[in-house]
Design a protein around this ligand. Structure first.
Ligand SMILES: NC(=O)C1=CN([C@@H]2O[C@H](COP(=O)(O)OP(=O)(O)OC[C@H]3O[C@@H](n4cnc5c(N)ncnc54)[C@H](OP(=O)(O)O)[C@@H]3O)[C@@H](O)[C@H]2O)C=CC1
Ligand SMILES: CC(C)(CO)C(=O)C(=O)O
Length: 312
């Protein structure tokens, strides 16, 4: 499959590397100049499950992508606040059958994609893999994970193409599965990020350390209930007990991981994706007349921490 990964930070690198190693034709695009320079010089460099690897792929800065390239799929892995600009910059390489796949954290990305692309070419889902930039030229890829996806609009040929995408990702060792409803999956993943990313960033701990604290369960249940209430208004019937279990399973499966939001703010002093996670629930709760006190407070706390850290 001919794939371009648009946004090749930590997670984009995992997907680009694994897809390339499995024999796919992979190109990468990024907007961070230092990262682009490092990729052009040394390729995709990572510690992959304990082994140092370096793989060469074509690399383009976000503003220098040649318009005559063709791809079967553009896989978006920017931060949420960078997605819209990346979609606009990638539009010239979309032809009549190029697919857009977004597995990023955050709720509502399909709306951004649908502003620029026909709905039947928008594919959505999430990943439970982990990844961490150690330097602008190097990524740490450890832990086990998975990913899941589906076309947002049912029908052909997109149902068939979703199955093809899953097969390609799965054959690359990315443990992919086909979803029934991608928006359900995005809200369910939102529960993981709206609890673990946010609280581990505030408390500056990893998932396992947070999970061992005595009030963790109470906080997780409270936040998940707010995601479920907003989801309900948007036609998504989240199973609260199952979503809480999904969150709490992370303490065991990827316990040593510091969530991407922690990496952004605590490690890199970068602004976070909070407005697309708890902030989404807080904003939409207001729109539907629902009280979402925990998400309101967590969003305000994260923004306050960003201010105090002078995050860029
Ligand atoms: N990492 C993880 O474990 C997981 C991540 N995800 C999701 O995947 C998506 C991509 O995230 P991820 O791969 O973690 O992103 P990264 O942290 O690797 O960064 C993406 C972009 O942020 C900017 N940036 C990051 N670090 C620095 C730095 N030190 N100095 C300057 N700029 C920096 C760069 O863009 P620019 O310069 O243009 O601002 C870079 O291209 C997100 O939606 C995330 O939530 C999902 C599951 C797990
Ligand atoms: C790996 C996981 C699930 C941890 O919260 C994540 O999505 C992240 O780090 O952003």
């Amino acid at each position: 499959m001919k794939v371009t990964v648009a946004g090749v930070g930590a997670m984009g690198t995992r997907f680009a590397l694994k897809l390339k190693q499995a024999g796919n034709d992979v190109t990468v695009v990024d907007g961070w100049d230092e990262r682009v320079a490092a990729l052009k010089q040394g390729g995709l460099r990572a510690n992959l499950d304990g082994e140092e690897v370096a793989v060469d792929v074509p690399v383009y800065g976000q503003k220098e992508v040649p318009h005559d390239l063709h791809f079967d799929v553009v896989l978006f892995f920017t931060k949420s606040m960078q997605l819209e600009q990346m979609v606009k910059d990638m539009l010239p390489v979309f032809d009549d059958d190029t697919l857009a796949l977004c597995l990023m954290n955050g709720i509502g990305h399909e709306k951004t994609l649908e502003k620029y692309l026909p709905k039947n070419r928008v594919f959505l889902g999430n990943t439970m893999w982990t990844a961490q930039m150690t330097r602008p030229d190097h990524v740490l890829l450890e832990d086990d994970g998975s990913c899941e996806l589906r076309n947002v609009e049912p029908g052909e040929p997109q149902d068939r193409r979703a199955a093809e995408l899953v097969k390609t990702l799965d054959e690359a060792g990315l443990k992919a599965r086909l979803l029934d409803d991608p928006r359900y999956s995005v809200f369910r993943k939102g529960c993981v990020n709206g609890t673990l990313n946010t609280l581990c960033t505030l408390f500056e701990c990893n998932l396992e350390e947070f999970g061992k604290t005595s009030r963790a369960h109470e906080m997780v249940v409270g936040v998940v209930k707010e995601f479920a209430a907003v989801g309900e208004k948007e036609g998504i019937h989240l199973d609260v007990d199952e979503a809480v279990k999904h969150v709490e399973d992370c303490y065991r499966v990827i316990g040593a991981h510091y969530p991407s939001m922690y990496q952004d703010l605590v490690k890199n002093k970068r602004r976070t994706e909070i407005d697309y996670i708890n902030g989404y629930v807080a904003r939409h709760g207001k729109k539907y007349g629902l009280a979402t006190p925990l998400c309101d407070l967590l969003t305000a706390e994260l923004h306050t921490k960003e201010e105090l850290q002078n995050a860029q």
